[in-house]
Design a protein around this ligand. Structure first.
Ligand code: NDP
Length: 500
């Protein structure tokens, strides 16, 4: 193994992207860097492969995708170890991530025909002489741009649904996790060796930018809100449609009738899984006054028992992206400078490449730790009067990805009122593993949906077809209509729609 100077910081040398472990600096692998021309050629190859992939039909694609799913399932430990070696994520966390990815791949494959297949819809009295047909056709080539924090689940959430919908894919993994991305692209090529239906292109952000401009039919982006804006601007040049899954600052609300032990356990897992580097991780908690003190004590006790380290079986691994450590430190320092208190951890918890669990209370709502994505194992907990105040504060940010509610009687109405694309009641994050449910955010957290029926439709264009099945009794859409027919149409419309 070669050791490089700054663990975790990707290096480009001799045309190769060298990926290293953030804790040890050990090389995880190296991959060729793509030029803009290479990206364009990959998209051309994908376009040629597209005709073949579409031609396989639902049954042919289903058979290949289920074999791909089987490879992922049978080699799950190997892939989890790649994810651990590259990003530092504990192996157990990587396994949980890959299980979710496999579940989604299975579901998308088995449901593509039901959701996207051709169907006849009922005609209405107006135009009753026409039949209405609807089907969903693949876009062609999808460009998928992925982040590093869930290098399997997140990109495959787009890739699996795009492939099942009949598209081919060119995928740009994060520069921090190219090896994991290439691993499953290679695994896919083992079961689909005939054509490059799924390809990866590697490099820094400019390779993602090149992919947006390479003539793909749609871009599915997952990453930060700042980069999402750039992706959308680049795609606007060619009116290329985009799906944007971007950042979040998810809140959890703890109501008076919550099971506090369960709430504390879920808060710690939701806030600190993957060392807090989770787009739908809990970052802010609003607990109502009667339960606040007991809840904070339980959270501190549970978080205080978490283990941190490079070993694959620690609860928390390193911070994958070294630059993120400065952001986490700034948020903690700012919170404390502005009157907040650390009831666990604090500035000393930042020990690069690790950050130990940190629980902050009394933090002003306009501080960075409450308003910006921290992406570390930190939680702010605020005492609120009641659920209404909790909702007002939870909904006050431009982000709106997920959220969580702990309680009984009012939990569903509170979850409905959270300004977010998803919510979990008496759990955190669970909606991401539920393949029947759509996944995506509102506001600065992006738009469009992966997962579920909506996730399949996201990668297909609706095609509407009308077919004449008889003569028109009252022809309207023709210059051959007569004034008497128009008069009868007016009468009919008044009869049908004139009364409320
Ligand atoms: P970034 O926005 O930094 O990068 C995301 C991807 O975009 C990377 O592959 C990156 O390449 C690429 N990229 C960078 N610049 C451009 C550009 N100008 N045009 C096109 N592509 C570009 O995000 P991170 O990788 O740091 O991921 C963390 C973020 O992702 C967090 O904000 C997190 O909340 C969010 N996220 C959202 C999820 C969701 O489902 N909503 C799920 C997971 C994460 P490179 O790495 O080479 O710079």
């Amino acid at each position: 193994m070669t050791t490089v100077h700054v663990p975790g910081v990707p290096v480009i040398a001799d045309g190769e992207l060298i990926s290293t472990n953030p804790a040890t600096g050990d090389e995880a692998g190296r991959l060729p860097v793509a030029s803009a021309d290479d990206v364009a050629r990959a998209v051309e190859r994908a376009r040629t492969a597209s005709a073949w992939w579409i031609g396989l039909g639902d049954a042919g694609r289903r058979e290949r995708l289920l074999r791909f799913r089987a490879v992922l399932a049978n080699r799950i430990t190997e892939l989890a170890e790649v994810v651990n070696a590259e990003g530092g994520k504990p192996v157990a966390e990587a396994v949980v991530e890959i299980v979710s990815a496999i579940e989604h791949l299975d579901w998308a494959t088995r449901n593509a025909r039901r959701v996207l297949g051709p169907r006849q819809l009922r005609s209405r009295l107006i135009l009753a002489e026409f039949a209405a047909h609807l089907e969903y056709q693949p876009y062609g080539v999808i460009g998928v741009i992925g982040p590093w924090n869930y290098p399997v689940l997140t990109p495959l959430g787009s890739i699996g649904y795009a492939l099942a919908a009949g598209n081919t894919v060119v995928f740009k993994p994060s520069e921090y996790t190219p090896v994991a991305g290439q691993w499953y692209v290679d695994a896919f090529a083992e079961v689909v060796p005939e054509h490059p239906v799924l390809q990866a292109v590697h490099g820094l952000g400019d390779v993602g930018a090149a992919l947006c401009r390479a003539g793909v039919d749609k871009v599915a982006f997952t990453g930060s809100t700042a980069t999402a804006r750039k992706v959308m601007a680049a795609c606007a040049e060619t009116l290329t449609p985009v799906l944007l899954e971007s950042g979040g600052k998810d809140a959890m609300i703890v109501d008076t009738d919550a099971d506090l032990d369960a709430a504390a356990e879920a808060a710690v897992w939701g806030g600190m899984t993957n060392a807090g580097q989770t787009c739908i991780g809990i970052e802010r908690i609003y607990a109502v006054a009667p339960v606040y003190d007991a809840f904070v004590a339980k959270v501190v006790e549970r978080a205080g028992r978490l283990t941190v380290g490079a070993a694959g079986d620690a609860d928390l691994g390193p911070i994958t992206m070294p630059a993120q450590i400065d952001i986490i430190r700034r948020h903690i320092d700012d919170a404390l400078a502005r009157g907040g208190r650390a009831v666990l951890g604090g500035p000393d918890a930042v020990q690069p490449p690790y950050v130990r669990p940190t629980i902050l209370v009394d933090v002003p709502e306009d501080s960075a730790a409450v308003r910006e994505e921290t992406f570390g194992p930190t939680l702010t907990i605020k005492k609120v009067r009641d659920a209404n105040e909790a909702l007002t504060l939870a909904n006050a940010l431009p982000y709106g990805l997920g959220g969580s509610v702990f309680g009984q009687r009012r939990a569903i109405p509170i979850a409905r009122r959270l300004r977010s694309g998803m919510a979990a009641i008496n759990s955190t994050i669970t909606f991401v593993g539920m393949s029947t449910l759509p996944f995506g955010g509102v506001g600065d957290s992006g738009f469009g949906r992966i997962h579920g029926d909506d996730g399949l439709r996201e990668f297909a264009r609706s095609k509407a077809i009308t077919r004449r099945r008889g003569p028109s009794v009252l022809p309207a859409m023709t210059f051959d209509r007569t004034p008497a027919q128009i008069a009868r149409i007016v009468k009919l419309v008044k009869t049908l729609y004139g009364r409320s």
